[in-house]
Design a protein around this ligand. Sequence first.
Ligand code: SME
Length: 183
Amino acid sequence: MDYARFSYFLRRRFENDHEFNLNTIGGNLSKEISYQTLAKSIRALLGDERDFLANAANVAAVLYQELPEVNWAGFYLLKGQDLVLGPFQGMPACTRIGPGRGVCGAAAQKQETLVVENVKEFPGHIACDSVSKSEIVIPMVRSGRLIGILDLDSPIVARFDDDDRAGLEEVVRLLLETSDDDN
Ligand code: SME
């Protein structure tokens, strides 16, 4: 991303600041609109860049900065059988997750988004940060092939709902559409 594009992103962020903070607006419709605004800004931020790792790094940073009550946001990428730590923001995390392990492995295996209201009640949950209370994991699937997952953790129970699921699935679609899978 060149400097002009970056300053455009920051300007948009400033103009839409009230829309970005999903805490400041009550109600599902507003949250949906906030995710639409977030998706537009991510599209603007990624621009013409096609490098998957660079784009994933910026997506992790945007999600971590903009979504309230999120203490970890990042990617695990499929390498062989394992999910291996990719670009993220938050506390250092476990580097390798075996097939079917934890929330990440389960979502990857099922190839469907998992929303966990209380991680303590999820059998096999991998606690990277004891602060985390709830979690959402969105698989990244390109042409039927799993390439990794997007994972977000929150320090509050039941932080993620269907609006977050829809909004974050759209963010993943956007990342896959705008980036080449060459990692
Ligand atoms: N909690 C995840 C592991 C990854 S961290 O949350 C960053 C899991 O159970 O798969």
